[in-house]
Design a binder for this molecule. Structure first.
Ligand SMILES: Cc1ncc(COP(=O)(O)O)c(C=O)c1O
Length: 419
């Protein structure tokens, strides 16, 4: 019999294979200093475009004070136990009702992590006769949630309504044949890689034609889209049609935790059946109080969202003027599409970091098809005009070098952290 670990040592996986040269630089880099638009990387000051700190709350003095005061008052232990057993508090319930009101729903449930929360929601509400219809570019937490689903699932091509209808017809036919079960449609408010919004309004409009419930992961839309910041559903005028609205606190709220909002009876069912919360310790009090503070700021400081958008639009306009392809984004998420191999991409990123002091994330094969490179930039309310200008110049110069073949190297540059 083989040792179960044997294969792990032979094949480190598609990304792990680059570990020897990449660790601590291209993968697992360590950004240091106060969170903001400029941080230190390997001792050098860099303009940072990799953090989902959309509203700049991560290091806002009021947020830092609320977090510190709550930690001093409660420590990290409180409350002990799962919510259902011994870990419930007035503050947890207050945060839930304030979140529900903020996204125009009757009730909400807190989750310790969005990733587990989505998986566990799917597990709690879908039985073996139910069918899930979902967008092909759904986040990993949705895909992993589908693995827990014992029934059928149909995937529709990303944001393709024709294919969506085709899959809905298949799902409907199956349910009619089974004579039991229902349909859950899952999509996202904003697709975090390309920055395009999910077609929520169009999907919602098909509710009369097909029978289904709609679950939307709005991790990137919450706090950044819509008149009041309630997200992609509000921006598209269809928040009512979203039966279950989800967001993490990890992005615009710059914190930890997540929530799911919807009708009271359904949220109550989930509260009593969501295994990731029932069998896990309650969200610590400093996070609950810190999240209450952040939510108050989302409600009362619209200037943060305005600053985010003004920075995002300046960056996107500057890139387009310089001939960059930024795809279909209609949100602050800013992808920049280029062509080149994995080795070239890493050499370019190294030049950007070492010589231009710009820190951004790249996405390459196997996450996207071979020969393509995506820079993924996240503008925030904390960025300045100088950050944007320096970045535009750096991009223009490095793109010219890329096109001239200056980054053609044999292998990924060895930038691994030497211990
Ligand atoms: C679209 C989307 N859904 C869910 C999650 C997971 O949330 P969390 O970080 O709270 O686990 C993320 C990442 O944070 C995300 O981008």
């Amino acid at each position: 019999m083989a040792d179960i670990f044997e294969k792990l040592l032979k094949n480190a996986g598609p990304l792990g294979q680059h570990r020897e040269r990449a660790h601590g630089y291209f993968a697992f880099p360590k950004l240091e200093g106060e969170i903001g638009s400029r941080m230190k990387f390997r001792g050098k000051d860099m303009v940072v475009w990799s953090l989902n700190n959309y509203l700049g709350l991560a290091n806002h003095p009021e947020v830092r004070k609320a977090d510190a005061d709550a930690a001093a008052a409660y420590g990290l232990a409180s409350p002990m136990g799962a919510r259902m057993m011994s870990g419930n508090t007035d503050q947890h319930e207050q945060l839930e009702s304030e979140l529900a009101a903020f996204v125009f729903k009757q009730d909400a449930i807190l989750m310790n992590f969005g990733y587990q929360g989505i998986m566990s929601t799917i597990d709690a509400i879908c039985g073996r006769h139910d069918v899930i219809v979902y967008d092909a570019e759904s986040h990993a937490c949705i895909i992993d949630g589908l693995r827990l689903h014992p029934g059928h699932r149909y995937v529709f091509k990303h944001n393709d309504l024709e294919d969506f209808e085709k899959q809905m017809q298949r799902a409907t036919a199956l349910i009619e044949k089974q004579k039991s079960g229902g349909i859950l449609v899952i999509t996202e408010g904003v697709f975090g890689m390309a920055g395009d919004q999910g077609k929520l309004k169009e999907i919602a409009a098909l509710k009369g034609k097909y029978d289904f419930r709609l679950l939307v992961d709005d991790a990137h839309g919450f706090g950044t889209l819509g008149k009041t910041g309630a997200g992609a559903g509000e921006a598209q005028g269809c928040q009512d049609a979203i039966d279950l609205y989800f967001s993490t606190f990890a992005k615009s709220m710059a914190s930890i935790g997540a929530f799911l909002a919807g009708d009271k009876t359904i949220i109550d069912f989930i509260r009593y059946n969501i295994r990731s919360q029932i069998f896990a310790k309650s969200l610590p009090m400093p996070l609950v109080i810190g999240n209450l503070k952040r939510l108050e700021m989302l409600r009362t400081m619209p200037e943060l969202k305005e600053k985010l958008w003004s920075n995002a639009l300046k960056l996107q306009a500057g890139l387009k003027e310089r001939g960059f392809d930024i795809g279909k984004t209609d949100t602050p998420v800013t992808p920049v599409y280029m062509k080149g191999g994995v080795e070239e991409a890493t050499a370019m990123v190294m030049d950007l970091r070492e010589n231009y002091k710009i820190f951004c994330s790249i996405v390459v094969y196997p996450v996207i098809p071979k020969g393509h490179i995506i820079y993924r930039l996240i503008p925030t309310a904390a960025h300045t005009d100088a950050d944007i200008q320096e970045t535009l110049i750096a991009f223009t110069e490095t793109k010219a070098k890329l096109d001239a073949g200056a980054y053609k190297v044999e292998a990924i540059p060895d930038m691994a952290e030497k211990k």
